[in-house]
Design a protein around this ligand. Structure first.
Ligand code: FAD
Ligand code: NAG
Ligand code: NAG
Ligand code: NAG
Ligand code: NAG
Ligand code: NAG
Ligand code: NAG
Length: 636
């Protein structure tokens, strides 16, 4: 709920449109010599040109430059944002509301949400969305990763066992203290992580948490079928504690910029970064990508564009929202979309911008506990000036206490049969029987329909499986709780270039929220289950009172209406718009992450995830990028 309120605040308070990239601030310290001070310093040619210095882009750039053998240029549209709004972990993210560090533009009005418009949000800075995210670190289920590979048949390398080493490589775990383990019964197993002295992003546990969280976690044991996995990274659903992406000594955000880009502490001669410039399109000679055209981020004039050549490969890492724009503007995408915009078709690839997914938020039952006096508790930070002052003093002196908590560290990720034991089979069967084209966008290409059909049979199985998580409830230790995220939505949206302003207009983003009616039926069960958790477990002793949608809302139809009015289509976890799937299934990249129909062009960011994972997206983005670097080096 806090997140959706914050989202509304962001919508009200920020100017719409792409982030205004302000005057460039270039850091002075010598460790930043790899930022080129002026665009004239960009060389004519590099081995690799990376489009977007975000989460995935900086991970791959680091790995490709390690050996010294290859030259790399990163072109990032944003600036070097490393201010206190980025580094401050308290309460999760503030930076995503800063228009110098993020984009926030309106989606297409959502017809199934009473024509509500949602803010489309992401990071625009060196580090991309890893610089503005909520720092929650949890890993998908094994079944999610195995499903990705399954579209290519049983021999695909894309499975849990193969990706686990990359998950490990991208993180260094700082285990919880023995006191926290004891107080909160935290389970962890270091074998799923990189060690404290390894590279990668820091994953740390706060040394303080709100005492009510113990009761909230224990209450899950009162519901049949809920497991407590050995570690948040073990790939199993259940209720668990998980770390946050912060460096534990200074307690500052740990992200792609701080670890993959700056982490080694020295500049590499073969690695250059240009900020404040955006790639307009990829350049081709015949079907071979040979470079990119780019402009100053403040410019809207392609006649001002500069070009830079890539000897080996152009690597696109502009994120799920902007990667389809770059591809479509380069002539790779659905023919009708390109023709409307007057772009010459190089490859008719209907999957570019299709298959768009994000985690919906908000089909929840919000409760307030009346017989409850946990102390301290999160609201003391707002309502008790003494507590607040002590917390600030403690954080300033010792980097400990409540201000080291980011967005939270515990949650349930539950299989649908646990959530709806009586109804899961009927809902899964009805979904499975649907005509695959029935709820896709109008004019969806037959390959996109075939891809959805392939997803549909697997996702129907996932609805019946105890190995997949579908329902996610946050735990925050508050008197008021009940925020739910839906992990495997079945509706599919679209992202298309603006037909009258293809290069500089914001992309046209349609979540198509709740376009598949099964998403409504599933989220109705989420509301029912959330009630069960609050009223039929040991939490009942704290006097839970439902205030939204309200205990009187019980019929299927009334609950469906509650879902339509509550849901926001995004938790800022967009994926799928350049899906790694076979071309005949609407895929955009193959198993090597190379774009179909052309040569020397790859995509490595969140857009390649064919379906959402049953967890938030930063872990899979880093792991996929680590693997992508190996794939790219293998073919170098
Ligand atoms: C507000 C918010 C909260 C989140 N919270 C969590 C969380 O708590 N836990 C979690 O696991 N995940 C979270 N996520 C999701 C996670 O951070 C993202 O999935 C991940 O960072 C995406 O990485 P990426 O490499 O695909 O894209 P990004 O990291 O967004 O990188 C894309 C980069 O490309 C640049 N770019 C775009 N277009 C161009 C162009 N034409 N030319 C040059 N550069 C360009 C952008 O400026 C950006 O820097 C959150 C995301 C957001 C936005
Ligand atoms: C927003 O980000 C810019 C660039 O890093 C920074 O100068 C500014 O102080 C930030 N604003 C807030 C309110 O944090
Ligand atoms: C980013 O800011 C933090 C906190 O001020 C600082 O410790 C760190 O060195 C900065 N990183 C870079 C690469 O400048
Ligand atoms: C960090 O953010 C929190 C929550 O918004 C705020 O209360 C605190 O003052 C900030 N701390 C710093 C050092 O900016
Ligand atoms: C406010 O916080 C202080 C410090 O933790 C505590 O001693 C006091 O009891 C709190 N006051 C109330 C009204 O909760
Ligand atoms: C910092 O930690 C020390 C050692 O635990 C403690 O004595 C001191 O009171 C703490 N400072 C603040 C301001 O909380
Ligand atoms: C497309 O861009 C034009 C010009 O910038 C703008 O007026 C229009 O609203 C945009 N269309 C959409 C659907 O965003």
């Amino acid at each position: 709920m806090a997140k959706s309120r914050a989202l509304l605040a962001a919508l009200g308070g920020l100017a719409m449109g792409a982030a205004g990239v302000q005057a460039m601030t270039i850091p002075r310290s010598s460790s930043h010599t790899k930022i080129l001070r002026q665009v004239e310093d960009v060389q004519d040619e590099y081995d690799y040109v990376i489009v977007g210095g975000g989460t995935a882009g900086l991970t791959v750039a680091d790995r490709l430059t390690e050996s010294g053998e290859y030259t790399v240029l990163v072109i990032e549209r944003g600036l070097f944002g490393n201010d206190s709004s980025v580094n401050n972990v308290s309460g999760g993210s503030q930076a995503y509301q800063n228009s110098s560090l993020s984009f926030n533009f309106p989606s297409v009005p959502q017809v199934n949400l009473g024509n509500r418009v949602t803010g489309v949000v992401g990071g625009v800075m060196l580090g991309g969305s890893s610089g503005v995210n909520g720092m929650q670190v949890h890993r998908p289920q094994k079944a999610d990763i195995d499903r990705w590979g399954s579209y290519f048949g049983p021999c695909s390398e894309w499975n849990w066992d193969n990706l686990l080493p990359y998950f490990r490589k991208s993180w260094r775990l700082h285990p919880p203290t023995p006191e926290m383990v004891e107080q909160f019964n935290i389970k962890y197993d270091t074998s799923y992580w990189g060690g404290e002295d390894d590279g990668g992003i820091h994953a740390s546990f706060p040394t303080f948490h709100w005492p009510f969280m113990r009761a909230q976690m224990d209450a899950f044991a009162d519901i049949e079928g809920i497991e407590f996995p050995v570690d948040s990274g073990a790939g199993d659903p259940g209720a668990f504690w998980y770390p946050a992406s912060f460096e534990p000594t200074q307690v500052r955000r740990s992200f792609a910029m701080s670890e993959y880009w700056a982490g080694k502490g020295n500049a590499r001669d073969n690695y250059e970064t240009i900020l404040g410039h955006r790639v307009v399109r990829v350049l081709f000679e015949d079907e071979e990508a040979v470079g990119v055209e780019y402009v100053d981020s403040n410019s809207r004039d392609t006649s001002q564009a500069r070009t830079v050549r890539a000897r080996k490969e152009v690597i696109i890492a502009a994120g799920t929202i902007y990667t389809p724009q770059v591809l479509q503007a380069s002539g790779i995408g659905p023919r009708p979309v390109l023709e409307r915009a007057g772009i010459d078709v190089l490859v008719d690839l209907p999957g570019v911008g299709a298959n768009f997914q994000d985690h919906p938020l908000g089909a929840q039952a919000l409760f307030y506990f009346t017989n409850w006096n946990f102390s301290p508790n999160p609201s003391d930070l707002q309502s008790n000036a003494t507590f607040r002052a002590l917390a600030e003093a403690e954080f300033a002196a010792n980097r400990t206490g409540p201000l080291m908590i980011a967005s939270g560290n515990a949650a349930a990720f539950l299989p649908f049969p646990v959530v709806a034991p009586e109804r899961f089979e009927a809902i899964a069967a009805a979904y499975e029987a649907q005509d695959p084209a029935a709820y896709l966008h109008e004019g969806a290409d037959e390959t996109v329909v075939a891809g959805y059909q392939a997803q549909k049979s697997r996702l129907a199985d996932a609805l019946r499986s105890m190995d997949a998580a579908n329902y996610n409830l946050f735990i925050r230790g508050s008197q008021m709780e009940g925020s739910v995220v839906y992990l495997h939505p079945l509706s599919r949206g679209t992202i298309e270039i603006n037909a009258t302003d293809p290069y500089f207009g914001t992309p046209v983003v349609d979540y198509r929220a709740l376009s598949n009616p099964a998403d409504i039926d599933i989220q109705v069960e989420f509301i029912r289950f959330t009630r069960r958790y609050f009223t039929e477990t040991r939490l009942a002793q704290y006097g839970p009172i439902e205030f939204s949608p309200g205990a009187q809302v019980t019929s299927d139809e009334a609950l469906r209406q509650a879902v339509r009015s509550q849901v926001s289509p995004t938790t800022f976890h967009p994926v799928g718009t350049a899906a790694m799937m076979p071309r005949e299934l609407g895929g955009v990249v193959d198993e090597n992450l190379l774009v179909y129909g052309v040569e020397k062009l790859s995509v490595i960011d969140a857009s390649i995830q064919p379906e959402l994972p049953g967890a938030y997206t930063q872990q899979p983005v880093y792991a996929v990028a680590e693997k992508a670097a190996d794939l790219i080096k293998e073919r170098a």
